[in-house]
Design a protein around this ligand. Structure first.
Ligand code: PLP
Length: 424
């Protein structure tokens, strides 16, 4: 499947039925798998044979979706998780322990900011946030001896900053640490970070990949490209006594990172997806390429309309030529960015709230990146835990409206915005 174009992988990747088997990926809604001998089960535990024994670790439905996503991203393997938050947590914990440090872009999803700044700090993993505008020298200054990774979002939610992936990969690799990219908003249809040097790619599949807003999920994709055996990652390059002395780099080769994530962390943390949710995710993936095209088309039209409107003070959409991220967007995602745009209404916070309450077709929802157009006021919702200073660092102003443009007819969405603006 890897040799096919991305659209074909969306539709047919991951599951190739044999003669007489179901054409559509079946839901294996079973926690358990039956074997004839204890010896066989022992071999499964020893990773000497491939197979399924308990759905917390692996399941045939989930496995097919993981294979599809790995091909979409150009990675060697993937592991699905119960949510995007679980993917971020496991992606970092897999290579960091108490006493380690990470460097992250400051413009990231609010939930990830909390995870890094509060929960991980409590676990003894420190974080330094750097501005997305930081120069190579400035990023390098944030890196310490105990730094274990650099983290950024390809398109930041909700700041819509585009990461300079090659620059971040250069700094990371110069310091023998991996680059982890959260590619949720761009999706592999619009951007494949591994091609630009990212080592690990993660997603909240709850967004465009699902697309229908029906199933929470996350995924971690391993490029297989990073050399973990450089002294900085003893968890991967020395025996894991909790898994009968396995040395991931020695015994799993290029799949060291993703194998450890599964057999050690998924085993212990248990943030696994349900087979039914994996089935729903797969349905979403089958149309991802079509939906992304329409999301981007609609979002650009609306951004251009808002840019001309005299009640709008500013519009931020990396697909607009006026955006300071336009050239980075053209470089990393020439087919389009995403369906999310942000803008400010003249009159600030109060006008923003009144405008949102007047919308009829676009609903007020916390979710983004699904088929239906939705709006949100981050300063009073998703990012309300952040201080004013953190809000500024995350690229959020009090008047910012985040609009997740759906795949409805764009004229209907514009008419809805028009009537709501007329009420101000
Ligand atoms: C939503 C989101 C997450 C968290 O994912 P959940 O599935 O909600 O847990 C992480 N990163 C980004 C960029 C997101 O948009």
């Amino acid at each position: 499947m890897d040799n096919y174009n991305i659209e074909t992988i969306c539709v047919q990747g991951g599951y190739q039925p044999e003669n007489g088997q179901p054409r559509v990926l079946p839901i294996y809604q079973s926690t358990t798998f039956k074997y004839d001998s204890s010896e066989h089960v022992g071999k499964l535990f020893d990773l000497e044979e491939e197979g399924f024994f308990y759905t917390r670790l692996a399941n045939p439905t989930v496995d097919c979706v993981e294979r599809k996503i790995a091909s979409l991203e150009g990675g060697i393997a993937a592991m699905c998780t119960s949510s995007g938050q679980a993917a971020s947590l496991i992606a970092v914990l897999n290579i960091c322990s108490c006493g380690d440090h990470i460097v992250s872009s400051s413009t990231i999803y609010g939930g990830t900011t909390n995870l890094f700044a509060v929960t991980m700090r409590r676990m003894g993993i420190d974080v330094t946030f750097v501005s997305p505008e930081a120069s190579i020298e400035e990023i390098e200054q944030a890196i310490r001896d105990n730094t274990r990774l650099i983290f950024a979002e390809s398109i930041a939610n909700p700041a819509l900053v585009i990461a300079d992936i090659e620059k971040l990969a250069l700094v990371a690799h110069r310091n023998n640490i991996p680059l982890i990219i959260d590619n949720t908003f761009a999706t592999p249809v619009n951007c494949r970070p591994i091609e630009y040097g990212a080592d690990i790619v993660i997603h909240s599949t709850s967004k465009y990949m699902d697309g229908h807003a029906v199933a929470l999920g996350g995924v971690i994709v391993d490029s297989g490209n990073f050399n973990w055996d450089n002294g900085k990652f003893p968890g991967l390059s020395t025996p894991d006594e909790s898994y009968h002395g396995i040395v991931y780099t020695r015994d799993c080769g290029r799949a060291a990172y993703i194998t450890k994530a599964r057999v050690q962390l998924m085993r212990d943390l248990g943030a696994s997806p349900s087979p039914t949710n994996a089935f729903l995710l797969n349905l979403g993936l089958e149309t991802l390429h079509l939906r992304m095209e329409r999301h981007c088309y609609n979002a650009l039209k609306i951004a251009q309309y808002l840019e001309r409107h005299d009640k709008i003070s500013w519009v931020n959409y990396p697909g607009l030529q006026s955006s300071k991220y336009y050239s980075l967007a053209q470089k990393y995602m020439p087919k389009g960015t995403c369906g999310v745009i942000s803008y400010g209404i003249k009159g600030g916070r109060e006008a923003a709230v009144k405008f949102m309450d007047s919308l009829k077709l676009a609903a007020i929802v916390v979710h983004v990146a699904d088929n239906r157009t939705g709006v949100l006021h981050p300063a009073s919702t998703t990012h309300r835990q952040l201080t004013d200073q953190q809000l500024v660092e995350a690229g959020i102003t009090p008047d910012l409206i985040r609009m997740s443009v759906g795949i409805e007819n764009v004229d209907d969405i514009i008419a809805d915005i028009e009537q709501a603006l007329a009420k101000l």
